[in-house]
Design a protein around this ligand. Sequence first.
Ligand code: ASP
Ligand code: MG
Length: 421
Amino acid sequence: MRKVIVQKFGGTSVADTEKIKNVAKTVIREKENGNDVVVVVSAMGHTTDYLVKMAKDLSADPSGREMDMLLSTGEGVSIALLAMAIQAQGYDAVSFNAMQIGIITENVHSKARIIDIKTDKLKKNLKEGKIIVVAGFQGVTEDGEITTLGRGGSDTSAVALAAALNAERCDIYTDVEGVYTTDPRIVPKATRLDEISYEEMLELAHAGANVLHPRSVETAKQFNVPLRVRSSFKTDNLGTLILGVDKMEIYKPVTGVAADLSQARIVVCDVPDTPGQAAKLFSNLAKEHISVDMIIQSYARKVSNTNDIAFTIDSSDLDKTIKTLDSLKKDLNCGDIQVNDNIAKVSIVGAGMIDRPGIASTMFQTLADLGVNIKMISTSEIKISCLVDKDDAERALKALHNVFELEGDETAVVKGDLPDV
Ligand code: ASP
Ligand code: MG
């Protein structure tokens, strides 16, 4: 049986017609290797940002449904153009949007999850020898409503398609040559990793490494899809392979460091120390599809019998969060709600830190030596994150990259923009 390869090209790779011609060549090369090819593309260049801006010009709070109607149009343009470019080079190609294929999502606007992908149409067209070009980022509900998967969601579309088609591999073509030990725009001596585990990549993606949409890594891990992040301008390079941690040799305690600058911290002060309060608070946020990252509940104060609950969210959810909390304030019987979005989360990630003591203390000491104040700390088995002032994030990142010996000899080549995930 022929193998299926799914390729994904982001907005910068299809920013103009010249670039689309190049993408067509890369696609055709894979087809010439004897594989069936499904290509997923994002909207051209900064189209999505532009669409968002127009919406905001017209309404402070555009409805989720209309936002998805609007944003999904960007990918509609790029799929048709790429299919034409492939056809112009003498190959049979067909473009499909999510509705035509049946990329079924839950009924949520702006960050829907994929629940099913119908493969009949895809298989039929592959069988006929066609190269299939699919719109990333979008989905459709069971009732035929258009949804989107969240900014940067085309990666997730690609991985989900690869899983559904049992693909040999999913190649994410991007502007960097792979996954680096940290953002090479901030630390030019960041090193490209040949391999990284799903688990580490997931932590890095959540920690603010803008290489891949976190949900795409989650999906790859769940369905064991081998995922390759590679350069769209140096197509011979193999980039970074993302695979199961069990298949890796681990040498260093820390694999990568990242900073997430799009966080906001909320402190709900003086919450009565009674059962059910945290449940009430976070279930109401969950109902609004707001995901919460770090959570700290303070030790209960004896006299007032209250405590403070602090948590972080993505700053894009800030307005929604404040609205939700305002309507909940009475019910929670809490005090002030404090908001700070001048913060950043700096994280170190590595499967090698399991069972190796001293990694956290090295991180804290490094920040202390810089005079950087730590506002919150959270950990997982393979990650330690510290919340710091936004202004401190860059030097913290550089120092941590240095102290955990992640520097390489070469300066990383970065062309164009990283995808704004
Ligand atoms: N076009 C969408 C965005 O900019 C999806 C993507 O690029 O993955 O967020
Ligand atoms: Mg993007």
